[in-house]
Design a protein around this ligand. Sequence first.
Ligand code: NAG
Ligand code: NAG
Ligand code: NAG
Length: 417
Amino acid sequence: MNNVPARQLIGGAVAVAVALGFYLGVAKNGVPFGLGLGLSLLGRIRRKKKIVRVYMDGCFDMMHYGHCNALRQARALGDQLVVGVVSDAEIIANKGPPVTPLHERMIMVRAVKWVDEVICDAPYAITEDFMKKLFNEYNIDYIIHGDDPCVLPDGTDAYELAKKAGRYKQIKRTEGVSSTDIVGRMLLCVRERSVNDTNNHSSLQRQFSHGHGQKLEDGGSGSITRISHFLPTSRRIVQFSNGKGPGPDSRIVYIDGAFDLFHAGHVEILRVARGLGDFLLVGLHNDQTISAKRGVHRPIMNLHERSLSVLACRYVDEVIIGAPWEVSRDMITTFNISLVVHGTVAEGDDFRKEEGNPYAVPIGMGIFKVLESPLDITTTTIIRRIVANHEAYEKRNEKKSASERKYYEAKTFVSGD
Ligand SMILES: *[C@@H]1O[C@H](CO)[C@@H](O)[C@H](O)[C@H]1NC(C)=O
Ligand SMILES: *[C@@H]1O[C@H](CO)[C@@H](O)[C@H](O)[C@H]1NC(C)=O
Ligand SMILES: *[C@@H]1O[C@H](CO)[C@@H](O)[C@H](O)[C@H]1NC(C)=O
């Protein structure tokens, strides 16, 4: 974990201040008046180093790297990040049923490496009472939100109270992805499949699901335009990375997969895998490999997007962006892999029957282990949930797409990262 507890940092600063105080006092005059100086210095540093606690809320339904990036930016505005996750009942009342229930959303949010505390059952809109609770009970200094407007059904700004109190800070909205966009990708994929399963849509699908900003016309129910705004940068990858390799004598565990539509099932298997060693290396298969194995409609999220989601997970130490399908001896040597693992719940899990078992080498070396998956969720589970609520989601999506289109049309440059 890369988050050094703030308390530890402060302890360090205080110790330095005391030592510095004594040192200065004794060195200048040869008499121990340093205590006073030390204490005043200590007071100043303590005041300066007060722990700043920031709060951010959200539904975090079908959590993606856009959410993670918002949490990263929020965390950077303080020392500790408290995240409020909106309850299922509140989401249903305000915008229709969530795809992922609260317990899964909690697993997702807790697993983000920039999150220090989580409050479940946060209200959809911050009321005056809840704001007071945040300030007084949770010791929150600032409430954070993205630069996109958050307007309540009655037309008021959801963060007006916090702004008035001077306790509001803004972050830049992450380009390129929103839950609406992802649901759109799934709905389109489902619609196309039902219209013509045999038709060869691979190039269309590829442009669509890989964020090339392609306009798509929907022949069926009128014309829709979906534009993906994802602009992957090398800096974003760096921001999400832990930036350090394994320490000496580390036991390195390797797990590979698609990790498409990163969900609670993924988080849980990564947690178990990390527990078997000191360093978890995750191999992400490239888009072509996944399309070949699971059909042209997959992956829903492209390799860059999947990499960011996995990197944001606190149990992950490093990611191979485009890992080979087969775990080779060379790879095991290169990364000094001690153990290769695979969950019991996985999609297209017929590798044993395959002619070329991708795990043949680690099995032969006696370093392969099948892990009991804690949750019975796969990417297909998530897609099925969307399909089951097809119409409700489409309606909700149309409404949200319109407001998002408006946002992009009115958008101006906002500094920040
Ligand atoms: C479905 O695909 C087949 C083969 O590409 C094609 O001949 C047929 O016209 C398609 N049907 C529809 C409804 O698009
Ligand atoms: C799909 O179409 C492309 C070119 O349009 C072709 O190269 C490819 O072989 C087709 N795939 C299948 C499964 O028919
Ligand atoms: C390789 O991994 C083993 C643990 O499996 C560890 O004992 C050894 O020190 C590692 N080698 C290096 C060079 O870090």
